[in-house]
Design a binder for this molecule. Structure first.
Ligand SMILES: [Zn+2]
Length: 408
């Protein structure tokens, strides 16, 4: 199964390219027969959005807490009798938690531009035509543009074209990178593809009441957190899946993505409480960096970034940036592992630039490493992993080295 992820180049629609790359990377790291590729739909002209709507109404305000310090009311003198006519009624007769009115936020109201669904599926069609994508392949548009029904994503008439809305995820997941929910939404549609034979049954077969199942609709948008945290597929959906014949490795790969999303979301939520860092695994001759506690996500650094990062991992005592030039040999040895050519002159030149404080290269490499680490472990945990230190002090990585594992 081939899955093409693409974005549109129109300024109001284009997803942040780092996020796009991360989504693709995250999905490509899953093992199995589903192949993910990346593309772009280039536009020369701009299109005006359909209209603008207020973004969130007050009942969609996301993070409100439950008040627990109310005085207890005295019990009623006499017990009362209640009846129920069906098991369903019994289940729904449970009381409700009274929630306080959410405080109006000074940041609201916000406005959001949106387009009708057809607009996104037209883009999918154009992408297919331009890139000569075979009919049986799946095509996903990742777009920052809102859609008229305000869904997280949907499926087009072809049954293999989809769009995912990529903006506003920070309302639902604090300190979580939007790559996780976006990647999750992509594979949910692939799961529905395995469950149902046509688009109509996919759209009507979504659970309108949340069950903590990947196939929940989440009319109340907050419920999206529930299904991603459970990373589960309910009984009903499992039966539906069993009734269809498909390569079981598809399902295994989809569930693996669910699980990695879940682990990453929970890690970030709990990081501050548990205060336990995730390990870094340094693998093989090419020194690939993995985060085994985050679903074995790879921390992808380019040769220069990896050289500098591994160097600082090797120096827990820290090294001043002005003293990096005293370590050229060690840096060159590391760097020559990661570049294919045996060109020693090129290696020396690259390291020469890296250790030169007057060259912007060092600063650029450091800030790219920082960005990638914050994305990988979240902003709360990032300080442990960053190469940091006060001005004119030695720079170091704070992480206790017992959390760094080297494997052949
Ligand atoms: Zn289900």
């Amino acid at each position: 199964m081939k899955v093409h992820l693409f974005y549109s180049s129109l300024p109001k629609e284009q997803i942040d390219l780092d996020v796009f790359e991360n989504v693709v990377d995250f999905l490509q790291q899953s093992k199995g027969p589903i192949q993910f590729t990346a593309g772009k739909l280039d536009y020369r002209h701009e299109i005006t959005p359909l209209s603008v709507r207020p973004q969130f109404s007050s009942n969609e305000t996301i993070f409100h807490s439950i008040s627990l310090n109310k005085k207890l009311a005295l019990p009623k003198q006499k017990g009362e009798i209640r009846t129920w006519n069906s098991a369903e009624e019994f289940r729904t007769q449970k009381g409700k938690i009274e929630e306080p009115e959410p405080e109006p936020s000074p940041d609201f109201p916000k406005k959001e531009a949106y387009m009708p669904w057809d607009y996104f599926f037209d883009q999918c069609r154009s992408f297919r035509e331009i890139h000569a994508i075979p009919d049986q392949d799946h095509v996903f548009l990742l777009s920052n543009m809102g859609n008229d029904k305000n869904w997280f994503g949907s499926i087009g008439p072809s049954g293999r074209d989809y769009f995912i809305h990529t903006a506003n995820w920070d309302y639902f997941f604090k300190d979580a990178d939007e790559q996780f929910p976006i990647a999750y939404e992509v594979v949910v549609w692939l799961l529905r593809h395995l469950m149902f034979t046509d688009r109509q049954s996919m759209l009507t077969g979504i659970h309108s009441k949340p069950k903590g199942c990947a196939n929940d609709f989440c009319q109340n948008k907050e419920e999206i957190q529930l299904k991603m945290r459970t990373a589960d597929v309910c009984h009903f959906c499992m039966e539906k899946l069993q009734a269809n014949s498909y390569n079981p490795l598809y399902l295994a790969q989809i569930l693996e993505v669910f699980e990695r999303v879940r682990v990453n979301l929970l890690f970030r939520e709990r990081a501050a409480l548990l205060n336990k860092p995730c390990r870094i695994e340094v693998l093989g001759f090419s020194r690939q960096l993995f985060l085994p506690d985050l679903g074995n996500t790879e921390l992808k650094l380019n040769p220069k970034e990896k050289t500098l990062y591994l160097f600082f991992l090797n120096h827990p005592e820290g090294v001043r940036l002005t003293h990096l030039c005293d370590h050229k040999r060690e840096l060159e040895q590391l760097y020559s592992r990661f570049v294919r050519s045996g060109d020693q002159g090129g290696v020396r030149e690259a390291i020469e630039r890296l250790v030169d404080r007057t060259d912007s290269n060092q600063h650029e490499v450091l800030s790219r490493i920082k960005k990638k680490i914050v994305r990988a472990v979240g902003s709360k945990m990032a300080p442990l992993y960053l190469i940091s230190g006060d001005r004119d002090e030695p720079k170091k990585i704070a992480l206790d080295r017992e959390f760094v594992l080297y494997r052949d």
